[in-house]
Design a binder for this molecule. Structure first.
Ligand code: PDD
Length: 256
């Protein structure tokens, strides 16, 4: 599945989301129900038909309908496609960014191929709920070595003492976030150093700033980890600057 934000009718980071969808389908040996260009047209058509210009576009593809069994059906069924568009309120996202969000650390209980974006989200859902029940917004998942992997539905970034960005390198333990890629580009264009390395929860708690990224949230400053303030407990200046630079990039492609 894919989740892509839409602003003023324009799908943001469209190429990245569709390329990742193609990779996930290939990894799971699921055929493409329609070509990727046709799928983009279906997305645009759905937005137009429903007169929605600011949205979350959701695309889900399954292997198709077959008698219940574990092996793939011998005769491959037609893959099933669901596309939905849900109105998105950018002001809500802005309000959240101004306040900042809290993370709750916990062990990552997901499978060994988190680089595939799949609807098998049970561990993600349980982690998110655990974070919410603990009064946080998002989970900060940790591997067996105590290093941060990612959020239950977001990528996690840290700002180190030198004002550079640190985020876990791509690998099977994390989803290759499309927003992650764009934010790294934006940072480098702003002459901000970016290091891809894993970091611990303790390092994160002592970081100058933290933020999370996702298609629906863009860049959201983290102000608390396990109810302890990050930095001085308010959205950091670098996170705020990157969020503005990200939005400026979005505006450049969505302005009529
Ligand atoms: N979640 N990691 C996980 C586990 C995710 O589910 C997501 C996205 C991300 C961020 O990826 P991107 O920048 O491409 O959105 C990282 C989407 C928003 C979701 O499932 O709703």
């Amino acid at each position: 599945y894919e989740v892509c934000a839409v602003k003023a009718g324009v799908m943001l980071d469209e190429a990245g989301h569709f390329a990742r969808l193609e990779r996930s389908l290939a990894a799971l040996d699921i055929a493409q129900p329609v070509s990727m260009p046709a799928l983009k047209l279906i997305g645009r058509h759905l937005l137009r038909l429903n007169r929605i210009s600011d949205a979350i576009l959701y695309i889900q593809i399954s292997r198709g309908v077959a008698p219940r069994d574990h092996p793939f059906p011998v005769v491959a069924p037609a893959p099933a496609l669901i596309v939905t568009a849900k109105r998105l309120d950018w002001q809500k996202q802005d309000a959240q960014a101004e306040k900042g969000v809290g993370l709750i650390s916990m062990p990552d209980e997901r499978w060994a191929r988190c680089d595939i974006k799949s609807t098998a989200l049970l561990a993600n859902v349980l982690a998110k709920q655990k974070a919410r029940d603990a009064g946080g917004y998002e989970a900060m998942l940790t591997d067996e070595a105590g290093l941060v992997t990612e959020g239950s539905s977001s990528t996690i970034f840290m700002v180190d003492g030198d004002g550079g960005l640190v985020t876990r390198p791509l690998g099977p333990e994390i989803l290759p976030g499309i927003t992650r890629e764009t934010v790294i580009d934006v940072a480098r264009a702003e002459n901000i150093a970016v290091t891809e390395r894993a970091f611990s929860v303790d390092e994160a708690k002592a970081a100058r700033e933290m933020f999370i990224t996702s298609a629906s949230g863009f860049v959201l400053p983290v102000v608390e980890i396990d109810h302890q303030p990050v930095g001085n407990g308010v959205p950091g200046s670098l996170a705020t600057r990157l969020r503005r630079a990200y939005i400026a990039r979005v505006d450049a492609v969505t302005r009529p």
